[in-house]
Design a protein around this ligand. Structure first.
Ligand code: FUL
Length: 692
């Protein structure tokens, strides 16, 4: 009897073992991430810091002839930057070791154009070292941005420069410990100082840098690194085609081809791509990458940053958020405050996974094996997963919350070590005995988070309605995240009429006209009103039901435009330039470059600058890159008061602000010399002046 019992036990143990071993894990579906890409993807959120001579010249791109003596940040403190990044929930920092102007933040042996000849620390400073040390101290990973385009170097454009570039890369990847990411910016505006040549040097960015051998060097020096490159040979990570902080709704971590890939591939990835090249969403906490004091009131707010979060980390990307460093060498207090509050908001949003203690059931489980059961998707373990049989590519997983539960976010993660599979899915809620669709989307990838109005339900159903291979889901989350009101947008038209709006449904607005903080006791907005002339308007959105206010939205307006006229045209559409509406634009198409825009201000004004907003449609022509700005008292005799470039305007089409020595004048002339497309069109969303 005992003998039989023993046989029985042996038999059942071996059959369990057999059934486990019989159900094999799914095979990889297409390309999969490398260990380096996996480690990087799991970091999710890290920082850029932009700091260089531009910080002292108020420029976006230095020309390469800026004086090294400008670099003297009296309070420079990389530990402040690292502390803020850490407290904000970031996992690493990438420093602009060398931007396009060629100035090096470390004492490179190969150039005189560096901190070693700057007054900062009597030429003994090394900002890259201080950053690397601060990262170590705060438990952050360290990365470097090294601009391939160098507007200072005399050999730029010649083969000799490649040796210089690689020597610098060797210094950065040898002397500062582990580097998690290297960033090779693809920008090349052509002209530059180039050791005094002051000329235009164009290169083919896909071949000039001999990327295969440059990558070889990088990987030899830093085996655990990931390479970011826009326009070079296939790197480990891809740009998403915009600096506005969002990737495509469909986002495959796969890509085809090498060199310059089409914009849509960058933005959406490629379903059947032949390599794993995931998306990194890079954007700045301010409109621009470098610090400009006029952007102190334009720091992205918590609701804006939350929106960026869902469009990057919540859309199968990572988020690389930039802090512009101030001339004194510190991060501005508003940037710090907003970044820390954003970190807190993310924590709060995903603090409680309502699915974690629920029951999960799937329409199909691979071989009916426990190893692939639905419960694996809600066990909090990223290495276990729910998978279906190979023959299945539509399947659903139902989560029983046990009681009516309020939620407004749904999160899903694929086990990407086996490839990215899901093409489309829906989320339904079981309300009053019926299934109701509450959200749907396309790809998932490493992480996908969907937002929808809060719903109270007892069950949630996640249905995969298309998948390249059998679905493999490692994690599901259901959350009730706090909702943040957006700061209102403020516009003023040519007749001085102010309009305050928001994308949120329901809030009311309060505003001030004297620059003071608006509260629910301030002026209540009841519709468009007239407030002409120079003023600073500040407004909040307020939700009476929750008694919650939005961050403050503010706009500084200059002199009235009531009497302004565009000279030399009877095209009615031209008024789009003055209507205060960034979404309307006017184009001059019938002339050859240079193309002039002349505006009569109606009376003499003490002018000290101008502002130009390009057409906000990325694909539109006429985005001016090289300009001259002149003023006149009589529309006959002109004085040139400002000239130069609107750098980086293609990738980041924000307000371009230029100052000059004050001049009394009634007429202004913006002359377009070149645009981003190299054709004969000049376009404008808005043009404005700055007066003393
Ligand atoms: C761009 C550059 O041209 C900007 O100045 C900035 O560094 C950004 C991160 O990349 O392409």
């Amino acid at each position: 009897m005992t003998k039989y019992l023993l046989y029985g036990i042996i038999f059942s143990i071996s059959s369990i073992f057999l059934s486990c071993t019989q159900v094999k894990a799914p095979e990889a579906c297409g390309p999969v991430p490398s260990e380096n890409q996996m480690r990087w993807q799991e970091m999710e959120y890290y920082a850029f810091v932009h700091f260089s001579l531009n910080t002292y010249t108020d420029q976006s791109w230095g020309f390469g002839d800026e004086d090294v003596n400008l670099f003297n940040p009296e309070n420079a403190d990389c530990r402040q930057w690292a502390r803020i990044c850490k407290e904000a929930g970031m996992k690493g920092v990438i420093i602009t070791a060398k931007h396009h102007c060629g100035f090096c933040l470390w004492p490179s042996e190969y150039t005189e154009y560096s901190v070693k000849n700057a007054p900062w620390k009597d030429g003994k400073g090394d900002m890259v070292r201080e950053m690397a040390d601060a990262c170590k101290e705060y438990g952050l990973k360290f990365g470097v941005y090294l601009s391939p385009w160098d507007r200072n170097h005399p050999d730029y454009g010649k083969p000799e420069y490649i040796t210089y570039f690689r020597n610098q890369l060797t210094e950065l990847l040898t002397n500062y410990g582990d580097v998690f990411e290297v960033w090779f910016d693809g920008a090349n505006g052509g002209d530059g100082y180039y050791g005094g040549a002051n000329e235009t040097r164009k290169i083919d960015r896909t071949t000039y840098y001999d990327w295969p051998n440059t990558y070889k060097l990088v990987r030899e020096l830093q085996p655990n690194i990931v390479i970011w490159n826009d326009g070079g040979d296939r790197a480990d990570l891809r740009w998403v085609g915009t600096e506005d902080g969002y990737v495509g709704e469909t986002n495959w971590s796969l890509l085809n081809g090498t060199g310059d890939v089409p914009w849509a591939m960058l933005h959406y990835g490629v379903e059947d791509g032949d390599s794993w090249v995931p998306a990194e969403v890079n954007t700045s906490i301010r409109p621009e990458w470098f610090y400009h004091p006029n952007e102190d009131s334009k720091v992205k707010t918590v609701p804006q940053l939350m929106d960026t979060y869902y469009h990057s980390i919540g859309s199968n990307g990572t988020l690389l958020l930039n802090f512009p460093i101030m001339p004194n060498g510190l991060i501005h207090p508003t940037d710090e405050k907003n970044a820390l509050e954003f970190g807190q908001a993310v924590k709060e949003s995903f603090a409680v996974n309502l699915a974690e203690k629920a029951m999960a059931e799937a329409s199909n489980v691979r071989g009916n094996a426990k190893a692939f059961a639905a419960a694996n998707a809600i066990d909090g373990d990223s290495d276990s997963y729910w998978a279906t049989d190979d023959s299945v590519n539509t399947a659903s997983l139902t989560i029983d919350l046990g009681k009516p539960t309020l939620f407004n976010r749904f999160l899903a993660q694929e086990y990407i070590r086996l490839g990215q599979r899901v093409k489309a899915f829906t989320v339904e809620a079981f309300v009053d005995g019926n299934w109701k669709e509450i959200a749907k989307a396309t790809t998932i990838g490493y992480k996908r988070i969907l937002r929808f109005p809060a719903v109270e339900a007892t069950k949630v159903r996640f249905s995969i309605i298309g998948s390249k291979c059998c679905p493999v889901i490692s994690n599901i989350g259901v959350y009730n995240a706090p909702v943040f009101l957006n700061a209102p947008s403020i516009t003023r038209n040519q007749s001085g009429e102010v309009t305050i709006t928001t994308n949120d449904i329901g809030p009311i607005f309060y505003y001030t006209l004297d620059g003071t903080e608006p509260t629910p006791e301030s002026n209540k907005y009841t519709g468009p009103f007239t407030a002409d002339g120079k003023l600073e308007l500040r407004a909040i959105a307020y939700d009476p039901a929750s008694a919650k206010s939005s961050p403050v939205g503010s706009e500084s307006f200059d002199i009235s435009k009531k009497d302004w006229k565009i000279v030399g045209t009877d095209d009615k559409k031209a008024s789009a330039i003055l209507d205060g509406d960034p979404s309307s634009a006017w184009h001059q198409r019938d002339e050859k470059m240079p193309i002039d825009l002349v505006v009569d201000l109606g009376s003499n004004q003490n002018l000290s600058g101008f502002r130009y907003l390009p057409d906000q449609n990325k694909w539109s022509s006429g985005i001016i890159t090289t300009y001259e700005f002149s003023v006149s008292a009589d529309n006959k005799k002109w004085k040139l008061v400002s000239q130069g470039e609107f750098s980086n305007i293609k990738n980041n089409p924000v307000w371009q602000i230029k100052s000059f020595k004050p001049e009394m004048a009634r007429y202004i002339k913006l002359r377009a010399l070149k645009n981003t497309m190299g054709d004969d069109v000049a376009g404008y969303a808005e043009v404005d002046v700055i007066t003393e």
